[in-house]
Design a protein around this ligand. Structure first.
Ligand SMILES: Cc1ncc(COP(=O)(O)O)c(C=O)c1O
Length: 403
């Protein structure tokens, strides 16, 4: 675990209604709580030479899409590429006729709420999961000890830093298969980000381990952008998802429609959580942040038909993933991390940078691992594809490794 010195927090409960807070003025509007313009530039706050900046060594803004160029087989980006089903295409294209009107999120909010068996005010539609991280970071600027559990998607930490937070990291070790150990999270952390299943490790943490992280006074953010890719025998829905859990204090679940439905360019996701907390996040969200076609897509993806289709896709993905894992583990010198549960697999192999560059020569783009906090130059992330693509890829890898 990365232990960064941190000033002791004062009593703070960032998940409480700001109107009830004693240490923050009398009933002030969270949106007015502090003027960002008045706030010092976090980059200037102290001499970086005086204190180790954990973000200094990685490029938190690096994403797999820049690794993909025309002509390469894309194993770097985890967005499913399939023909768009008609039940999804039709409402998106029909929404083009409605573009003269400002978007009305209410029907979509109700549809998403019904899908997750929650009241509508416990849903906040966002321009992708990525916007959700920004809203959390901006609205919860009063957080005193934000913690990000790594390795994970880098945008939560980037959004926190951009909002002026000083971010503390908990690094899950490879030796334990990147399994979540709640005792590693400081007891007084009042804003905690964890991914489930986690990108890039593909590890699915048990729901009860995640809920053990929740406590009054803490906002626990669980990024479930890939939850719809997970499946377990005998479990009807998404195993370990907390999306329907209304009993966990301070829990915010982040969801995305990008991955399974191939909608990265549309920008649609949502947050699920306590109504009062979501109202604070909505207060810092731009007006009309989610477009009418994006709303149409979210409504369509919330139907029982769409959810059933998701389960079928996850079932096929599990078969393809098992094939990829079997082929990779048969290569000497290649180690698959943890127990992969999502649309990608994290692998460790010596000299991964050189291997990645050689793979490009062979026509394959894979995601570098070294820009993820907690990983190093020996890691690569590989997307799960159909078995024919996997076979050709692993043959190329074996050729490079001469195994
Ligand atoms: C774990 C994780 N969460 C969230 C996102 C962002 O998703 P969206 O496209 O909905 O903003 C990504 C995108 O790569 C991701 O990998």
């Amino acid at each position: 675990m990365y232990a960064q010195p941190y000033p002791p927090p004062t009593a703070a409960t960032i998940d409480e209604d700001p109107d009830q807070r004693e240490d923050r003025g009398q009933g002030e509007d969270p949106g007015q709580r502090e003027d960002p313009g008045q706030r010092e530039d976090p980059g200037q706050r102290e001499d970086p030479g005086q204190r180790e900046d954990p973000g200094r060594h990685e490029d938190l803004g690096h994403h797999g899409d820049v690794e993909v160029v025309p002509g390469l087989v894309d194993l770097a980006v985890n967005v499913r590429r399939g023909p768009m089903p008609e039940w999804l295409r039709e409402p998106i294209t029909a929404a083009l006729d409605e573009l003269a009107a400002y978007p009305d999120p209410a029907p979509t909010r109700a549809a998403v709420a019904a899908r997750h068996r929650r009241p509508a005010d416990e849903v906040l539609l966002t321009s992708g999961a990525a916007e959700g991280f920004v809203l959390l970071a901006q609205a919860l600027r009063g957080a005193r000890r934000p913690v990000v559990v790594h390795p994970q998607f880098t945008e939560p930490e980037a959004a926190l830093r951009a909002a002026g937070h000083r971010v503390e990291r908990v690094l899950l070790p490879a030796e334990t298969g990147f399994r979540l150990d709640p005792t590693l999270v400081p007891a007084d952390a009042d804003l905690v980000f964890v991914g489930n299943p986690t990108n890039p490790t593909s590890v699915l943490h048990p729901a009860e381990v995640l809920t053990a992280l929740a406590r009054p006074g803490r906002v626990l953010v669980v990024d479930e952008a890939f939850a719809d890719t997970t499946i377990a025998p005998g479990v009807p829905g998404e195993p370990e998802s907390l999306a329907t859990r209304r009993d966990v204090p301070g829990l915010v679940v982040v969801r995305s429609l990008t991955k399974t439905w191939g909608l990265a360019g549309l920008r649609i996701g949502y947050l699920l959580g306590p109504a009062q907390l979501l109202a604070r996040l909505a207060a810092v969200q731009p007006l009309w942040a989610v477009s009418t076609p994006a709303l149409a897509a979210a409504t369509a993806c919330a139907t029982p038909h769409a959810v059933a289709a998701e389960r079928e896709i996850a079932t096929r993905l599990a078969e393809d993933r098992a094939h990829l894992v079997a082929r990779l583990t048969a290569l000497s010198g290649v180690q698959v991390a943890g127990t992969p549960a999502s649309a990608f697999v994290l692998v460790r192999l010596a000299g991964a940078t050189a291997v990645r560059l050689a793979l490009r020569e062979h026509g394959y783009a894979v995601r570098r691992g070294d820009t993820f906090p907690g990983l190093g130059p020996d890691w690569l992330r590989v997307a799960v594809r159909d078995t024919a693509t996997t076979d050709a890829f692993v043959d190329a890898l074996a050729n490079i490794l001469e195994v």
